[in-house]
Design a protein around this ligand. Structure first.
Ligand SMILES: [Zn+2]
Ligand SMILES: [Zn+2]
Length: 138
């Protein structure tokens, strides 16, 4: 745990972001689990360890991280943003039955090369929808 917070601290320092307990804890959680979380889920996960943490702080901190390029915001789930630690660009597979989200490696540069010139890309998200192996067995 101590070690993880140190890593999160270095990431903040690299981006010139002042360290604070909520920032360290959020970044640590996002980088340690390598999952895809809603702000609500992150808030719930940290509530026991940081009872003073407000939902607003979680939202604001996540936005701050997105602006700084530490975290990516995804819109794959209808009506709810999900956040993941920035890592090499990948596509996502979302299971329509259990909502599980899995990273799918992809060559984003090759795909971007197919976009006709003159079209300005504002967001880059690629995803597949289907049924995961666990759900398929049922
Ligand atoms: Zn599933
Ligand atoms: Zn992902």
């Amino acid at each position: 745990m101590e070690q993880d917070l140190k890593k999160a601290g270095l990431m903040l320092k690299e981006k010139g972001i002042r360290q604070s307990q909520p920032r360290l804890m959020l970044l640590d959680l996002l980088t340690r689990e390598y999952g895809h979380f809603s702000a609500e889920e992150l808030y719930e996960s940290l509530r026991d360890a940081a009872p003073a943490l407000s939902k607003t702080t979680v939202y604001n901190t996540l936005e701050h991280f997105v602006q700084a390029g530490l975290v990516r915001r995804l819109t794959i789930r209808q009506g709810e943003a999900l956040y993941e630690a920035a890592r090499p660009v990948h596509a996502h597979f979302i299971c329509e039955r259990c909502s599980r989200i899995v990273d799918v490696p992809m060559d984003m540069d090759a795909l971007l090369g197919q976009v006709p010139s003159g079209y300005e890309i504002l967001r880059k998200e690629v995803y597949f929808r289907g049924v995961c192996p666990q759900c398929d067995k049922r």
